[in-house]
Write a protein that binds this ligand. Sequence first.
Ligand SMILES: [Zn+2]
Length: 217
Amino acid sequence: MLAERAYLELYPEARLGEYSFSLEYSGKFSGYNANIRKKPGKIHFSLSRKWERIDEDIKIGIMQTLLNRLMKTKVTTRSIELYEIFLKKVHIAIPKVKTDAILEESYNYVNELYLNGIIEKPNLQWGSRSMRTLGRYDYGTDTITISTIFRNAEKTLLNYVMYHEVLHKKHKFLTKGARNFHHTKDFLKDEARFGDIEKINKDISRLVRRAGFNDLF
Ligand SMILES: [Zn+2]
């Protein structure tokens, strides 16, 4: 069975029968998202429906990535490498269905001004109220999510956070050993082209405090 194979390839020394494995394809995920749950003696994988049609080796790769996270291990395998290559390319195949006028304006602005318009528009959405980060880029759904605290903020602050997230789509990540690096030297060099970053970060901290999010971020 696929989940068991993923486990045994990742941990060849593991005792057989320590866990029973299950795998379900669930409609509750969008894009290529997935999660893992552990109960005593049991490990359960949920993968989005889109995963059903994906090559087995890549599927093993995402399951092993989830296992590394769950078990706090850093084992690398060929399947994990394949999955990471897949993750860097999958945005091409993802339908762009989510957008918002304010976010689109900001995306267009930074894409034209700093990136010569080369980054294909991802899905764009505002975060939920409980979102604990300023912004994020999700590879599996090709989605940039921006915290609602920027909805009425000075445009420069929104543009800066948007630029940061668009750069994640541009640079993807570098893998060294079992670690992925997202804020690489090249990333930071690109980001610095926005200018005035120190002041912007101060303004963002003030905005975050004013929003009453002292404990967050
Ligand atoms: Zn980042």
